[in-house]
Design a protein around this ligand. Structure first.
Ligand SMILES: [Zn+2]
Length: 459
């Protein structure tokens, strides 16, 4: 068998158990093997990476191992999407409208919770998982809106997601994280029930872990932060904060989170998403906070889609100011964070719900947007770790192409950042355990499947 240059459409339906991918362009930080940015040869054997070499060793072909020449096409480890909201995804298909204001969207969705039947949740979340798989995502963290911490069974989405996590194990590994306001920890008994419910989802070793996730809004009662760390330590949970999703200095709660994470030695298990205000602070205050964050060891997550859309909207629930163009953007200072060695990930966040009217759970598209919005030079080589190894490290999943790692790969015909990030979708191919996804899994699901009106019609 000899194929190439990059034409997976001409590849056989079933690839052999052992083959070389030659002339594969892999971002250097995402692989082992030769130093320097040139293409490499990857040996795939029984669904795993068995070697990373500069070129296919002489004699390999004569030894009978097929070589697939990629002609410089890009190979990435499968994506890890660290910040999604699958329980809210595609609420627009259920008739809700985009809000363009964070707190208005929160209120709108809260009012809608009671309509989320398990059938509707299965339809929306199943669609999301098929979408994520087709894009090349292998592991994904989703938040679960948690209206009542005192209810030991959790919300309906919790039951549905735990079931789907079992069904999807081996295809898309799911981490599950609560989402509720930090003031809900005021009731100690309810907070403990919540932590116990989350910890019970860490059983069985199937899928990724569950985490205690909290919303820390401007003016939130920070006296409950120590309780969050107490519960996380006691129940073995990671901590995950939606924090400072606004652009109004001087309010910046992330400093308190970072200080506690450092004091408790819990930074490796703490993640903070959004932190938009860091980009709006004066430079001295921003740098001081970034130094604290670096010292804590926590992971920062930037959400380019939702925060470019949802910040500086100038709108209210009245939508009176819809025609105003936003001036301030919602990106946290990723260059300054990286310069300090802070672990950083980009996530896709909300998709087609009141928080964001577009989005499709595609980490590569999120990276492409960030590359433009945050001016990431050579975004693929220097920043692709933000959608692969960095979030995977936090979630305890494989995220680099090293010997022994699963051959869960995303192939793209582009050879460099400019080619890949300008056409993130075009020609992308997803491999799992060294095999192309089956045709029924490789295609994105049709939006017509999301005609949810029937699910919302009273019987
Ligand atoms: Zn979020």
């Amino acid at each position: 068998m000899s194929c190439g240059p990059f034409h997976p459409s001409r590849w056989p339906e079933r690839l052999p158990a052992r083959y070389w991918l030659a002339q594969a362009q892999v971002p250097t930080p995402l692989r082992e093997g030769p130093a320097g940015p040139g293409p490499v040869a990857l040996l795939v054997e029984e669904g795993h990476i068995a070697a990373v070499e500069a070129t296919v060793p002489a004699g390999a072909t004569s030894a009978g191992t097929p070589v697939l020449d990629l002609d410089g096409a890009t190979v990435l480890p499968a994506f890890t999407d660290i910040h999604t909201h699958l329980d809210k995804g595609d609420l627009l298909a259920a008739g809700l409208a985009p809000e363009r204001d964070l707190f208005a969207a929160v209120a709108l969705v809260r009012d809608d919770h009671a309509r989320w039947t398990e059938a509707e949740l299965r339809a929306r979340i199943g669609f999301a998982l098929r979408t994520a798989q087709a894009h090349g995502t292998r592991a994904l963290n989703t938040y679960v809106d948690w209206p009542d911490p005192a209810a030991p069974e959790g919300p309906p989405a919790w039951r549905v997601l735990r079931e789907l996590r079992r069904q999807w194990a081996g295809r898309v590994e799911l981490a599950l994280t609560s989402l509720l306001s930090i003031d809900r920890l005021a009731d100690a008994a309810a907070a403990e029930t919540l932590a116990r419910t989350l910890a019970a989802a860490n059983d069985g070793g199937r899928g990724l872990a569950a985490a205690l996730g909290l919303f820390v809004y401007p003016g939130a009662p920070l006296q409950w932060l120590p309780r969050a760390f107490d519960l996380a330590e006691r129940f073995g949970l990671a901590l995950d904060f939606h924090v400072d999703e606004h652009l109004d200095p001087p309010v910046a709660n992330i400093g308190a989170v970072a200080r506690l994470a450092r004091e408790r030695g819990y930074g490796a298990r703490t993640v903070c998403g959004h932190a938009c205000v860091l980009g709006a602070l004066d430079e001295g205050e921003r740098d001081r906070l970034l130094d604290d964050i670096a010292a804590s060891g926590l992971t920062l997550v930037s959400l380019p889609y939702t925060n470019l859309y949802l910040q500086d909207s100038g709108s209210s629930t009245t939508h009176a100011d819809r025609r105003r163009t936003p001036r301030r953007r919602g990106l946290l200072p990723v260059h300054e964070a990286r310069a300090r060695g802070i672990a950083l990930a980009f996530g896709s966040d909300n998709h087609r719900d009141p928080f964001h009217p577009a989005g499709d759970l595609d980490p590569l598209q999120a990276l492409a947007l960030a590359a433009t919005a945050a001016q990431l030079d050579d975004g693929l080589e220097h920043w692709a770790d933000t959608i692969t190894s960095a979030p995977a490290a936090f979630l305890g999943h494989a995220g680099r192409l090293v010997v022994g790692a699963p051959a869960d790969l995303v192939l793209h015909p582009g050879r460099r950042s400019a080619e890949v990030l300008s056409r993130p979708h075009a020609g992308r191919q997803v491999l799992r355990a060294g095999q192309l996804l089956a045709p029924h899994e490789a295609g994105l699901p049709d939006f017509r499947e999301l005609d949810l009106a029937d699910l919302r019609r009273p019987a």
